[in-house]
Write a protein that binds this ligand. Structure first.
Ligand code: HEC
Ligand code: HEC
Length: 393
């Protein structure tokens, strides 16, 4: 009572100045401790929240997978022979069962290819001495590769069934095999958004496109839930996981793939042999098909060398890369007047795709993959350019 009486009399709750200072300090310290405690625990609280969020996304993805995807890709993502490849699949995640052997073997095979190119280069013939040296090294490489394959034999025998189904123990990474320049999330996401309308060349029915933006039934958040569900299959894969696969992804240049086992000449090889003049001559003769260019641009089909392109993934919307829309108009009205080294729009586009580091469009950074010359044929490049030429506004 005394307490309130003092208050009402307009007096201080605590009369002594020292007491008031002490209380002030105590309150301040207590507040800081409380804020600190909350801040320290915020990370853990957010992480738990993120985990729950991710778990719910995966759960929703699982439900949609079973509704929309399992009829082709199998109940458990194991694939269905002749219908669609496994996604719950060491190959999609690039799991290598014999990594040391493959690393060494691949390096040797690349070295051998380089030596053979040197031998064949008629513009710079090698000396007799160098030729002997190269041939000796090639024999050495062949012997070492045979050795490594001997070491791989136990795994080769275990993997008999997958090998019969088209699995290649020496090329275990799907993304590397289609020369995909970005990560697995983007690969799955863009496959879902655009589908692969031409995949009925080697499967019963093509992979449909699912996103509303491309005329499919699913919203973007639903697509992302499904991607999260698929990526959640990643783990330390075992041989049993490999044996559970019922259908492997079709290797483009396998005998049954779209390029029928043929090795096709790429843009780089044309430039190596005859320079950009020769490339231009062949490109003009090729008569680009804009419809196929669009298919390639959107990653909906395979290039002549069997690659899947991710152009639209970066160029959509203009945030990471110049917007596709209006490309041709911009090239004519802005690039060519500023960059007189390029003789015309086609010349500019060839260089932007094959040697993108030559000119970086401001304010963007140098993100374009540098391997398009290797994975495009002259016809692919002609088709892409024909498509970009339709982008006027
Ligand atoms: C009508 C059958 C069919 C349905 C339904 C289907 N797919 Fe596919 N899917 C395919 C075929 C065929 C391929 C192989 C395409 C190719 O090799 O170019 C494929 C390829 C894929 C790939 C790329 C695999 C790779 O290694 O290249 C992913 C990812 C994928 N599908 C996810 C899904 C998801 C997720 C769903 C459900 C929303 C789904 N698919 C529904 C037939 C189907
Ligand atoms: C990883 C992201 C990425 C991918 C994939 C990509 N690009 Fe690009 N692209 C860029 C960026 C960033 C720029 C701007 C910087 C520069 O000039 O390199 C660019 C620039 C360009 C330009 C010049 C545009 C202008 O306005 O002058 C063209 C043309 C182009 N890209 C075409 C393609 C084609 C065709 C493909 C597929 C074969 C492709 N890009 C794939 C990121 C990408």
């Amino acid at each position: 009572m005394d307490f309130f009486a003092r208050f009402l009399n307009g007096k201080m709750l605590f009369e002594r100045l020292e007491t008031r200072i002490m209380i002030g300090i105590t309150m301040f310290v207590a507040t800081m401790v409380l804020v600190g405690w909350v801040a320290i625990n915020e990370g853990a609280r957010m992480a738990a929240f993120d985990r729950q969020f991710a778990a719910r996304s995966i759960e929703r993805g699982a439900a949609m997978f079973s509704t929309y995807c399992s009829t082709c890709h199998g109940t458990n993502g194991e694939g269905i022979a002749g219908r669609a490849p496994a996604l719950n699949n060491p190959q999609l995640f690039g799991h290598d069962f014999i990594p040391e052997i493959n690393t060494e073997r691949n390096a040797l095979i690349a070295e051998k290819a380089q030596l053979e190119t040197e031998l064949r280069d008629s513009a710079n013939p090698v000396t007799a001495e160098r030729e002997t040296e190269i041939n000796a090294r090639i024999i050495e490489i062949d012997n070492r590769v045979a050795d490594l394959e001997q070491q791989a034999l136990p795994f080769y025998q275990q993997a008999q069934t997958p090998i019969l189904l088209g699995y290649d123990i020496y090329r275990p990474d799907r993304l590397a095999n289609v020369s995909w320049g970005s990560n697995l999330y983007n690969f799955v996401y863009s496959t879902l958004v655009h589908g692969r309308p031409v995949s009925n060349a080697y499967f019963e029915d093509p992979m449909p496109n699912w996103a509303q933006v491309s005329g499919g039934p699913l919203r973007d958040d639903q697509i992302r839930d499904i991607v999260n569900f698929i990526l959640n299959w990643n783990r330390d894969f075992t041989i049993e996981d490999l044996l559970a696969v019922r259908q492997f992804a079709v290797e483009p240049c396998a005998p049954t793939g779209p390029c029928g086992g043929e090795q096709v000449a790429n843009v780089d090889s044309v430039i190596d042999a005859g320079g950009y003049e020769e490339l231009r001559v062949q490109l003009d003769a090729a008569e680009g098909d804009p419809t196929n260019g669009q298919t390639l641009y959107n990653g909906q089909g395979l290039t002549g060398t069997g690659a899947v392109l991710g152009c639209s993934g970066c160029h959509l919307g203009g945030a990471q890369a110049p917007d596709l829309e209006g490309t041709w108009t911009r090239v004519q009205n802005e690039r060519l007047p500023e960059l007189p080294t390029y003789t015309d729009g086609v010349d500019y586009l060839i260089h932007s795709i094959v040697v993108p580091e030559e000119y970086i469009v401001p304010p963007y950074t140098d993100l374009m993959p540098k391997n398009f010359g290797a994975i495009l044929t002259v016809q692919d490049l002609a088709d892409l350019i024909a498509y970009l030429e339709t982008q006027t506004q």
